[in-house]
Design a protein around this ligand. Structure first.
Ligand code: HEC
Length: 143
């Protein structure tokens, strides 16, 4: 009886561990794995965007999927890289929107050394991006 309980506890413990690993499935850089390789995705902007605003720097916008009609399909990830002028290497900030079950999820990351951490997310982003609602919340229109 006791050993069965022990096995159950062990199994539950393992399942919990797996769930934790799945939740924290980030690439080595600290960005979520679904952004892996984004710099090679089709670019939405023709030239780097340098307009100041919420995201300041030299900006490029990459999309994992194309808009189908008026909206992006579920699973689309759009990444905006924001580099400091003159700086080489990984961009200082990376803003990410990802469509899950018809809704965009919003997170912006900032790099410290080689690792990104969360800078801001959620309502702060939508308060401004609502201005692009007619284009599925995306400001940058494809070239
Ligand atoms: C004050 C307005 C404002 C806020 C707040 C804002 N954005 Fe943006 N965002 C923009 C504008 C404008 C662009 C278009 C490109 C540019 O000018 O930088 C943009 C572009 C983007 C893009 C590329 C797709 C697109 O819409 O062109 C992503 C991804 C993005 N923002 C994510 C975020 C996230 C995540 C947050 C919250 C942490 C956020 N943004 C907060 C104004 C804002």
């Amino acid at each position: 009886m006791h050993s069965r309980l022990a096995v159950l506890v062990l199994v539950l413990g393992l399942a919990g561990g797996v769930a934790l690993v799945a939740a924290a499935q980030n690439s080595a850089s600290g960005l979520p794995a679904y952004t892996n390789g984004y710099a090679k995705w089709p670019k939405l902007n023709r030239k780097p965007v340098t307009t100041p605003g919420a995201h300041n720097g030299i900006k490029n916008v990459f999309q994992s999927k194309k808009k189908a009609g008026k909206a992006y399909p579920n699973g689309t990830v759009i990444v905006k890289s924001i580099a400091e002028p003159g700086a080489a290497g990984l961009p200082k900030q990376v803003a990410v929107m990802r469509k899950v079950a018809g809704k965009w999820q919003w997170v912006e990351y900032e790099r410290s050394g080689a690792t990104y951490g969360v800078l801001a997310q959620g309502g702060l982003c939508t308060s401004c991006h609502i201005g692009a609602k007619a284009n599925d919340w995306v400001f940058t229109k494809g070239s």
